[in-house]
Design a protein around this ligand. Structure first.
Ligand code: FES
Length: 178
């Protein structure tokens, strides 16, 4: 089983980070590109603290700045992510069209109790089996399609409880596969 709380990085991970830092450093948007590539390379699509510490050393960027960037952008994760992701928009347009009911439906269906991030009002939770992560966003930029839910990076507009149920059932069948 993967050790998510390991305090040391493998040689392979360090080599990969070294390579990414040397390729990206000096380019416009280097820091975001480094963080994105390193997160993408992790099997659970997140940035553990020890990874950020190593990036901080190699890219000569203070750790506090890395944490500010990672917590500011919704695409970065500090916690392990599930194999599936369900993302519910809680922006104004989606909220007025019933996204909170959809959010409750997902939480009940997955048996989740989500924890709020007090500062950003973001909500995130992963099922105990690590299969599915539920997140919320402030807006997908698709307000005309409200309410919007994203399932495994596919946007579904005008989502209602029945169509959401169908997508969640499709996920559970995917989970059930060997
Ligand atoms: S408020 Fe939901 S997509 Fe903009």
């Amino acid at each position: 089983m993967e050790n998510l709380s390991s305090h040391s990085l493998s040689g392979t991970t360090k080599n990969f980070i070294d390579k990414v830092v040397s390729e990206e450093n000096g380019r416009a948007g280097a820091l975001l590109a480094i963080l994105q590539r390193v997160q993408e390379s992790h099997a659970r699509k997140f940035l553990p603290r020890e990874t950020l510490e190593y990036i901080s050393q190699r890219a000569s960027v203070p750790l506090s700045r890395l944490f500010s960037v990672v917590t500011f952008y919704a695409l970065f994760n500090l916690e392990p992510q599930g194999r599936n992701t369900v993302c519910v928009c809680r922006g104004t347009a989606c909220h007025t069209r019933g996204s909170s009911r959809l959010l409750e439906q997902v939480m009940m269906d997955l048996g989740l109790r989500a924890k709020e991030d007090g500062e950003s009002d973001k909500l995130t939770a992963t099922t105990d089996d690590g299969e599915t992560t539920l997140r919320t966003v402030a807006c997908f930029g698709q307000c005309a399609l409200a309410p919007v839910v994203e399932v495994n990076h596919v946007i579904f507009g005008h989502m209602n409880e029945r169509s959401l149920q169908r997508e969640l059932e499709a996920l559970s069948k995917r989970e059930a596969r060997p």
